[in-house]
Ligand binder design. Structure first.
Ligand SMILES: Nc1ncnc2c1ncn2[C@@H]1O[C@H](COP(=O)(O)OP(=O)(O)OP(=O)(O)O)[C@@H](O)[C@H]1O
Length: 257
């Protein structure tokens, strides 16, 4: 298996108003090409910080991140990010939101419209190309955000709790759509969630971090065929296993306040 992303001896300390907060402590992690990898851990353990450092939106205090062997030094089109909030441009239509990154790359108009339409269709929004974000539900807006990210053809897709703001039914539908797209486009996905169910449903491997400062506590390989059955004994066993690993850490993080 080819290593797509490598996180090496990575630590992060935040300093503000004379306070020092160690968010991440010596993280070493390899994400393989085409892998769906999920990171979990108690609130405040550094999941978003890790994702932001990989995205190049923040920098490590120690250690480094390598994508295809090249050190990450800042944001780049080789990494696409989908946040919990949909972050669409309200003044642009669905089509124009999705073509935005392609415009920045200087891709000719005809071609960028073709690419955008392909991904709008892939996320199930054909017919909504001319709609504005305010005319769409939360689930639809998140679909647009996913289409926009994929249209840029990133080497890795970084997703920070992308479905957390959605109702349970919409969340399940989007999980299935994401898996279909992931299988079709053969993308590498780095996904952050609080939901054990979501992690077991989606992932090849689940990385569980400790309470702050986040260290890798355990990596659980989910050896279940897709599509997965959330009610199967095997699925529930994985859920229980991850909940057990998480349990102590959540208690510790509650004591930290
Ligand atoms: N810009 C910042 N300045 C100072 N401290 C920060 C900053 N960003 C994050 N932190 C601190 O770093 C720690 C990790 O934060 P982070 O948001 O990465 O955690 P998380 O695991 O994503 O949390 P949650 O699950 O609640 O979203 C927290 O203690 C947080 O207060």
């Amino acid at each position: 298996m080819k290593v797509k992303l490598k996180v090496e001896n990575l630590s992060k300390v935040f300093e503000f108003n004379g306070n020092r907060v160690k968010a991440l402590d010596n993280i070493n992690l390899e994400v393989y090409e085409n892998e769906f990898l999920t990171v979990m851990g108690p609130s405040g353990c550094g999941k978003t910080t890790l994702l932001r450092i990989i995205a190049g939106l923040d920098y490590p205090t120690e250690g480094k991140v390598l994508l295809d062997g090249r050190e990450v030094k800042g944001p780049g089109a080789d990494r696409g990010v989908v946040f919990q909030q949909y972050t669409l441009m309200p003044w642009r239509t669905v089509l124009k939101n999705v073509t935005f990154g392609l415009e920045l790359k200087g891709i000719p108009k005809k071609e960028r419209i073709e690419i955008a339409k392909k991904f709008i269709k892939m996320v199930g929004l054909e017919g909504f190309e001319d709609a504005y974000p305010y005319q769409l539900s939360g689930g639809m807006q998140q679909r647009v955000a996913i289409a926009r990210t994929l249209a840029n053809n990133p080497e890795i897709v970084l997703m920070d709790e992308p479905f957390a703001a959605l109702d349970a039914q919409t969340r399940n539908i989007l999980q299935n759509e994401l898996l279909k797209i992931w299988e079709k486009e053969k993308k590498t996905v780095f996904f952050v969630t609080h939901s054990v169910d979501e992690a077991v449903y989606l992932s090849d491997r689940v990385v569980v971090l400790t309470a702050r400062p986040g260290k890798i506590k355990e990596i659980v390989e989910i050896d279940l065929k897709r599509p997965r059955d959330r009610t199967s004994i095997e699925f529930l066993e994985y859920r229980r296993k991850i909940l057990d690993i998480l349990g102590d850490e959540v208690l510790k993080s509650l004591k930290q306040g």
